[in-house]
Design a protein around this ligand. Sequence first.
Ligand code: SF4
Ligand code: SF4
Length: 496
Amino acid sequence: MNQLVPLSRLSATFPAFFRHREVAGRHLLTNYEGGFVLLDAQEFGAFSRGEVPRESTLYRRLAERNFVREAYDVRRAAEKLKVRKRFLDAGPNLHIMVVTLRCNETCVYCHASRADMTSTATDMTPELAERTVDLILQTSSPGVTIEFQGGEPLANFGVVKHAIEYALKRNEVHRKVLDFTMVTNLSLMDDEKLAWLLEKKVQLCTSVDGPEHLHDKQRKLPGLSAFKAASGWIKRINDAYAAMGLDPRVYHVEALLTTTRETLPRWKEVVDTYVDLGCKAIFLRPVDPFGFAEKTHGRIEYPRAEYLEFYRSAVDYMLALDQQGVEILERFASIFLTKILGGEDPNFLDIRNPCGAGIGQIAYNYDGRIFTCDEGRMVHEMGDSTFAIGQVGTTSYAELMTHPTVRTLTLASNLDQQPDCVNCAYNPYCGVCPVHNHRSQGTLQGRMRESSLCQVHKGIQDYLFEKLGAGDPAVLRTFERWITTRDRAHFIQMCS
Ligand code: SF4
Ligand code: SF4
């Protein structure tokens, strides 16, 4: 039977610092450096009263994870923390170039506030692309990813090409470990563009919202099926990677899902669609309150409790598929499990403490305005420039890094000063989003007990710890695979 231990019976001398949460009938304890232990009610009672015999297995389990005050290993804790926070050593590594707002698709939730195909005034110019690359390469991060976004970047492909060629040339001086990514709906792809992108080793990422009828309902492509366009190119690109001798388990088109109300009952169809397309990962992302999604809120939003049911069903199904040899992982799970089981931070900028705003990523708009992150830029397109931090051509790298907004967001996303996060058992693995807080609650700091994002993060981590507590060896093996990083070295551009 579970019961909370009255504070009066909590030993003042036995437990080291811990945070606590009940998960599926077990007591989860986590500590500052991210260690965890799951105890049954009896074990937790003995632990909290300080009545664990020193020669017992329980004592050993607790001591080796740094939950016993008299056996606390400060050096080990510091080492673990150093590994987890390694990302703080570098400057921003993700640089998002919005080369146009034009897009040929109309999505019901468009977070980017697209412009129609005639709005060429929203195209970045080649000169501005060069100045943007010059600024990007000043980052103190040794690794640099330049991600081309829109709108639809293929609508301004000339500038994408120009920026890549210019960056490769300039990198002969800067010598960064450089790679390029393009987020595209693929419908404007053709053989010539693809051949160029493959030759320049540009990673391609697209959107797939599930089965054809759902994808086409949410993403309108005039006169055509958006799903057929995307899926046809996904297969061709994956075939091209295979023909180049690249391992298909590592090299394939990545796809992103945006979950709307219509997606929720279709979890099985969504997973099956991704498997059929040869995708090895699904990111079951809930819809965000940015861009057109704010206007279509009434049609596409849903209570997050329903989302979490959807998430559990989909991931249970993915785990069952995995037992049958079908490799497909869920990205949220992979991110959290890497921190929980792997002891490392995968540097996913939106679930990081502090988050990546300014210090992990920067977004450059088509007109040269600079934002803390892509979401900050999305909010600007909604008429709110809170997250603007400069202008390409006039703002220096040092000014960006010391900008008051960057400092503020670093503080606002620091979980150790968030009233709820500071005591939450998921603190070592979690992250908050000041842009999301700002849009949904009118405060950068946010109120986590009313935050839909906190509800999602908490619910997913509850699910994962339930699975870890159940201890099914097959599930544990799958989780280990989900945290295995596979090097995509082919995409790294080394200068000669
Ligand atoms: S503010 Fe939000 S979207 Fe921007 S980097 Fe931080 S977590 Fe990500
Ligand atoms: S965001 Fe929510 S789940 Fe994450 S640490 Fe804070 S309170 Fe916990």
